[in-house]
Design a protein. Sequence first.
Length: 386
Amino acid sequence: MPSTTRRRLLRFGAAALPLTALGPALPATAQAAATRDAAAPTLRMPVETDRHLRTYMAWPALSSVWGGKLDAVRGDIADVAYEISRFEPVVMLARPGQAADARYRCGRGAHHAIDVIEIPNDDLWIRDFGPTFVVGPGAVAGVDTHFNGWGKTGTPYAQPFANDAAAAGILLDEYQVPRIRAGFVGEGGSLETDGEGTLLATVSSLVNANRNPGMSQDQVEQAVKAALGIDKVIWVPGLAGQDITDCHIDCLARFTAPGRVILDKPGAGADQKWIAVYEVTKRALESATDARGRRLAITELPGPDRRRIRGGGAEFLSSYTNYYTANGAVIAPRFGDGHADGVAYAILQAAHPGLRVVQIGIDNIAGGGGGIHCATQSHPAAPPVV
């Protein structure tokens, strides 16, 4: 475990962590505000469209995972990093022996730097193994959700993850961010919030014995609420055992604003099991209310025709919903079905009117069952102290 000399290592109990629990790690201005506030503000997971300090990514490391596609996957990662660097700084984790290649392939960035830091990793899915951030007035902390390789040890989906499991703590130590241990096992891709206390999640990826054995749905919910400062969890069933993540929410439904959700609708040629997931998710969202009692306005985001896309295979993730919001931009996939790509662009632009939509071809990443959101994690700026 990394040294604790530059940060506090904290654990959650039954309630959300108050800002004051960060103690000496809390900036002086935030300490003063927290002390004088009788309500004792807590830390809360922010919405992704809040301002970021930087984006974290990870350089794919193992040919045993990607086989002959490793070089092409690295090319996709470099392309995504470059596009994000037009809007905010990017930090790329890479194994020490691979850092020079990552620096060469990623270059200098566009308008902001792409910094490569030497932290051992196994794969590129930093959304899942990296820290999930929470914020309070003047403060940011990182929640370690105990990445365990999606609980796939002993299954056909198993792959090395020991370095990935340690990366969150090392990264937080590097940036002197307080580290908090969550009371549950999960991944960042299983957690989607509106920033106002509502969380979307699939039962299949969290209430699952491969992550949280012996925990009921209510127990998992309470642990999630405490770790992330959440007031209400909207659960949708998902689907276990049919992909490596057990159906993460970030490929399925995303908040575009409080009370507004984009729902992935599988395109022509999609497997019937994913169509059924979409249908049951739509019904669940239509009957749900958020933490503030609002009914959800749902916008469907149709996927491409899988007979017309460039990529293929059962694991290929043809979800436009797995996009990433950077400072001022939506970074979204393009799959090669010209009509569907155009429709996705228009829907995402309408849903994010103040942001610029940038579409990128990511066929090699998508062939591994993930997308742009899976390959990124935002480090939010601390909210102002008022």
